[in-house]
Design a binder for this molecule. Structure first.
Ligand code: UDP
Ligand code: MN
Length: 234
């Protein structure tokens, strides 16, 4: 599928550093639910999308920003013009609309989640054109462990576009699948001090290019992130 196509980029790792045995498998359960649901969701609405799974198999801190950047690079190489950055645990509610119709500006799609206040948040599901992705210089690669990269992206979008567009309630309703968070991820929250300075943080090629392409049933592409040893991460 070529120009004009929608591409969903899904970051994934089943277990994580510091995780207890009980956590292993939880993300895999989300992944197993996600893809069939999404295919069905799009088919019912006459929509279509390419799916890229970006799997961090290496140990060390999970780095969603790097996974998103890798997926975006490959999606753009394949001619995708509308990129959807999609957490595997975020599921669009079964309303009559299609949440994945391309929008003109960077748009927070999962804008209505019951019980979640999202004032300065663009996590969950975020979409934009490939031109806007380049203009924003992608995600920061600097947030290892849980969180930070989404909030940083909120600041990038507000800085460049003045505001963050969000889907109205009719199409922005999402459900987040439940999971635990591991101690190892939470301990790393100290790196959130970078938030707000990130316009100047680099998005280094060398980090983004460390992947191998694999195949996985149901996905148009599957990337394996091969992380390099870092002082912080390993
Ligand atoms: N993720 C993953 N494995 C992990 C941590 C995160 O696959 O160990 C991916 C997954 O797609 C998840 C997304 O990163 O939906 C966001 O992470 P998380 O769900 O922990 O964030 P939160 O629930 O706090 O938004
Ligand atoms: Mn989650």
């Amino acid at each position: 599928r070529g120009a004009g196509s929608v591409c969903m980029i899904v970051p994934f790792r089943d277990s994580c550093q510091g995780g207890s045995q009980s956590v292993v498998g939880e993300r895999a359960r989300h992944l197993a639910f996600f893809l069939p649901y999404m295919h069905h969701y799009l088919a019912e609405r006459g929509g279509s999308a390419n799916f890229i799974l970006v799997n961090q198999t290496a140990r060390g801190y999970f780095n969603k920003g790097v996974l998103f950047n890798m997926g975006a690079d490959v999606a753009m190489e394949h001619g995708c013009t509308y990129l959807v950055f999609h957490d595997v645990d975020a599921i669009p509610l079964d309303t009559s609309t299609n949440s994945y119709e391309p929008t003109r500006k960077p748009t927070h799609l999962s804008s209505y989640v019951q019980g979640l206040e999202q004032a300065d948040f663009v996590g969950g599901v975020l979409a934009r054109s490939e031109i806007d992705f380049i203009r924003l210089n992608g995600y920061s690669n600097s947030f290892r462990g849980w969180g930070g990269e989404d909030k940083d992206m909120y600041y990038r979008i507000s800085t460049v576009f003045g505001e963050v567009t969000r889907l109205p309630e009719a199409s922005g309703g999402y459900k987040l699948m439940k999971h635990r968070r591991t101690l190892g991820e939470r301990l790393h929250a100290i790196h959130h001090v970078n938030i707000g300075l990130s316009e100047v943080l680099p998005n280094e090629e060398s980090v983004r290019k460390r992947y191998a392409i694999m195949s996985k049933d149901g996905y148009d592409l599957s990337l394996i992130h091969i992380s390099e040893p870092t002082r912080l991460g390993m």
